[in-house]
Write a protein that binds this ligand. Structure first.
Ligand code: URA
Length: 429
C-alpha cells in the first residue's frame, strides 16, 4: 500500500477534495500511530467538508474490518426443504439498531418477537450515550443477566435459541471506537457521514444478513429535524447500496419518550407488559412496524397474541442467566412520587433530551454505581388533555424523598402545557 502522510491528508480535506480508497485505508490502518491531535484535525476537516458517497462507504468498510468480523454460520441442519416447519426455523440473521433515543426499549420487545418468528437475532449493544439510554443498561437491571458472552457462547445461543444480545467489545470495529471517542471530545459527533459510517461499521462487523435501523428524529435524538433524519437515511442506504447490504431504515419520532417509561428496570417492565399482550402503545406500534419490514404484519401480531414472543423472551433471559422472578421482586416497590395536575390543560411539548438527562442522572449514584430502579413514568403523552387532579408523571428511585422531589421539579421544567388543544406528534413520518 502507498505511504501517505497525515498532514497532507488533513490539507486535502481542508481544500474540499475527496480521498481515494487507499488514503482512507491508510488512515484506518494507522489509527493507533497517528497522534490524537492530528487525527482530531482530520476528523474536524471531514466534519466540516463532508465525505462523498464513495468515501463514506470505504470508511465504513475499513472501520468494520479494523477488528473481528463475525461470520455467522447458517446452520445447515436448520434447513429441510421438504419440511415446511423448518422453512421458517431460520429466516436469516437480523440485527436491529437504534440511532439512540429516550425510553427506547424496542430491542427488548422486537428481538424475542423476531426470534419467535424464526429469525436469528444477533445483537451487540452499547451502554447509554449522552442523554440516550442503552439496551445494555436496561438488561443489567435484571438480576444475574450476563452480557459478557464470548463469541462461542454467543454463536451457540443463537443456534439453539435464535437470539443473543451481548455488550459491544473492543474486538468489533475498534477504529470506530477510537474515532468516536475523539468526536465526542471535539464537538464533531453530529456529522451525517460520520454517524452513518460509525453505525454501519459496527453492524457489518456483527455479521447479520439484514440490518434494521430505527432512525430516531426529534428533541430526544441526535437528528433533531426531519430533513437531517432523511439525509442520514439516504446516507445509510447509500452505504448499503455500495457495500451490497440488506438494510431497512425506518424514521420514528423522538419528540417525547417512547412508551410510558424512561429508566432501566421501568422500561424492562413496560417491555414485559407488551410481550404479555397487556399493552398496545406507541412502543408496541413501533415494534410491529419494524418487524413488518420483514414479514406480514398479521404474523407479527400473532406471534405476540399467541404468547410465543413472551415465551422466547423468558427463554432468552434465562439462557443469559437472568432471573425474572427476582427482577419482579426487586422492583415491585420502588419509592416514588407523583406530580398531579393543578389545572386543566393539554400536554404541548417537552425537551425530550432533558428528560433523558434527568433519568440518567437520577440513576447515577454517588459511588459511581447505578440505581437501575430509577426513572420516570409518564401517565400522559403529548397531545393528551390533562384534568386538574390527574396524574401527569411519577419519578421513581431508591433514594431520599428530596432527590425524587428535585427530579419532579426538573421534569416539570422540561414539559410545556397549553390551554388550547394541541395535536400529538406522529410516530412515523
Ligand atoms: N451511534 C453510533 O454508534 N455512532 C454515532 O456516530 C452516533 C450514534
Amino acid at each position: 500500500m502507498n505511504e501517505f502522510n497525515i498532514i497532507g491528508l488533513i490539507d486535502k480535506k481542508i481544500k474540499g477534495k475527496s480521498f481515494d480508497n487507499d488514503e482512507i485505508n491508510w488512515i484506518i490502518n494507522n489509527i493507533y500511530s497517528i497522534p490524537d491531535f492530528q487525527l482530531s484535525a482530520w476528523v474536524t476537516a471531514v466534519f466540516i467538508k463532508g465525505l462523498d458517497k464513495k468515501e463514506t462507504a470505504e470508511l465504513t468498510r475499513a472501520m468494520a474490518y479494523s477488528g473481528h468480523v463475525l461470520t455467522l454460520k447458517r446452520h445447515e441442519e436448520d434447513y429441510d426443504s421438504n419440511n415446511p416447519e423448518t422453512a421458517v426455523s431460520n429466516r436469516g440473521f437480523v440485527d436491529k439498531h437504534s440511532t439512540g433515543g429516550v425510553g427506547d426499549k424496542v430491542s427488548l420487545v422486537l428481538s424475542p418477537v423476531l426470534a419467535a418468528l424464526g429469525f436469528k437475532v444477533s445483537k451487540f449493544s452499547g451502554g447509554s450515550l449522552g442523554y440516550t439510554g442503552g439496551t445494555v443498561d436496561k438488561l443489567m437491571s435484571i438480576p444475574g443477566f450476563r452480557l459478557d458472552l464470548d463469541i462461542k457462547e454467543f454463536e451457540a445461543q443463537i443456534k439453539d435459541l435464535g437470539i443473543a444480545i451481548a455488550s459491544q467489545t473492543e474486538d468489533f470495529a475498534p477504529a470506530d471506537k477510537k474515532i468516536y471517542a475523539l468526536r465526542d471530545k471535539t464537538a464533531t459527533v453530529e456529522s451525517i457521514p460520520l454517524i452513518a459510517s460509525s453505525v454501519m461499521s459496527k453492524k457489518i462487523a456483527a455479521g447479520a444478513d439484514t440490518i434494521l435501523i430505527d432512525l430516531k428524529c426529534g428533541s430526544g435524538a441526535f437528528m433533531k429535524d426531519k430533513s437531517s433524519a432523511k439525509a442520514l437515511r439516504k446516507q445509510i442506504l447509500s452505504i448499503a447500496d455500495e457495500l451490497k447490504l440488506d438494510v431497512k431504515v425506518l424514521i420514528s419520532n423522538m419528540d417525547q419518550p417512547l412508551g410510558y417509561a424512561v429508566g432501566n428496570a421501568l422500561e424492562v417492565q413496560e417491555a414485559i407488559e407488551i410481550l404479555d399482550g397487556k399493552l398496545k402503545n406507541d412502543t408496541y406500534d413501533l415494534v410491529i412496524e419494524l418487524a413488518s419490514q420483514l414479514v406480514p404484519k398479521s404474523e407479527v401480531i400473532d406471534v405476540i397474541e399467541s404468547g410465543k414472543a413472551a415465551v422466547k423472551f423468558d427463554e432468552w433471559i434465562s439462557a443469559q442467566n437472568g432471573d425474572l422472578k427476582k427482577f419482579k421482586e426487586t422492583y415491585s416497590n420502588i419509592p416514588n412520587e407523583t406530580y398531579i395536575a393543578t389545572d386543566d390543560a393539554y400536554m404541548k411539548s417537552m425537551s425530550c433530551e432533558m428528560i433523558g438527562n434527568i433519568a440518567n442522572n437520577l440513576a447515577l449514584k454517588e459511588d459511581g454505581t447505578k440505581d437501575y430502579s430509577a426513572g420516570i413514568i409518564f401517565h400522559k403523552k403529548l397531545g393528551d388533555s390533562v384534568k386538574k387532579g390527574e396524574k401527569i408523571f411519577s419519578v421513581y428511585a431508591n433514594a431520599e424523598k428530596e432527590l425524587i422531589d428535585n427530579a419532579i421539579a426538573q421534569v416539570l421544567e422540561s414539559v410545556y402545557f397549553s390551554h388550547s388543544k394541541v395535536s400529538s406528534p406522529k410516530l412515523f413520518n
